[in-house]
Design a protein around this ligand. Sequence first.
Ligand code: ASP
Length: 332
Amino acid sequence: MAEVHPLIKSELLPPGPPERRHLISIADLTRDDVERLLGLARIFSRSLEREVKKLPTLRGRTVVNLFYESSTRTSSSFELAAKRLSADVMSIKATGSAVDKGESLKDTALTIGAYDPDVVVIRHPHIGAPGLVARYTAAHVVNAGDGTHQHPTQALLDLFTIEEELGGIEGLHVAIVGDVLHSRVARSNIQALTLMGARVTVVGPPPLIPRGIEVLGCEVSYSIDAIRAADVVYVLRMQRERMLEGANYVPSLREYSARWGVTADRVRAGQKVMHPGPMNRGVEIDPEVADAADALIERQVRAGLVVRMAVLYDLLTHGPVEVKVAEIEEVA
Ligand code: ASP
């Protein structure tokens, strides 16, 4: 006789919205998606105020962090985010792994896939690496930075920080200043900020501003004075490791900081200053600005944890968000 399968409660619920499998680019998200993720991050930030900070929500799930480029903030916050949600976490760095022995990304993805991870978080110097992992594993893939292309969770944590500090994003003016050419953070942030209704001006010397960047919805200025008009000054790192050898983007770092560095006399009182880290103090940002009360840099790091908890949670749960939110609140 065929076994009778008992109906479980979830089978009685109407089907949820189609599953979103990966977070590879800000372009994957609608404004509603961003609002939902920021809302979830707000709920998770309340859980950080509790004495016991761990939530049981992702118990039994496996998250693999695969980092082919150096990282402090992103790798540690993804690891802690997964742990705070009670998932099992495995963190693999390219150095010291079989990648050192010449293993291809495809073979590494197939190897990791054999453990049936639920999520693979990947950082890689090549554009498109997250898409390749998505092809060769059944996991949800989160892009933690692919070359100069995208860093979507950075943009989400920046939105979260701005919203918490300034009460909203719509109508704000953000100046993104510095090495836009090599910056995945700039690309993701221009898309995310304009999606949420902010005005964005990219500012820097012509060789460091990609031609045609305006198609992303931003304005361009080649004058450092343009940062004064903004509500938020977002400083980018000079990405020397991505600069082609022999190319003269700027005459020298000393000259760059003299002409383009964000110094105390170039910002207005009350203007918020952000930086994704790691900072080159004294190059793109003056230590006096980085350590001032209006700098949101540490708050960005704190936001990184709750936003990455929200992203992992959102990718791994289905169905009506309200129900799931109520579940978290119950445990919180
Ligand atoms: N940490 C950021 C990134 O990985 C910014 C930077 O490295 O300058 O893109």
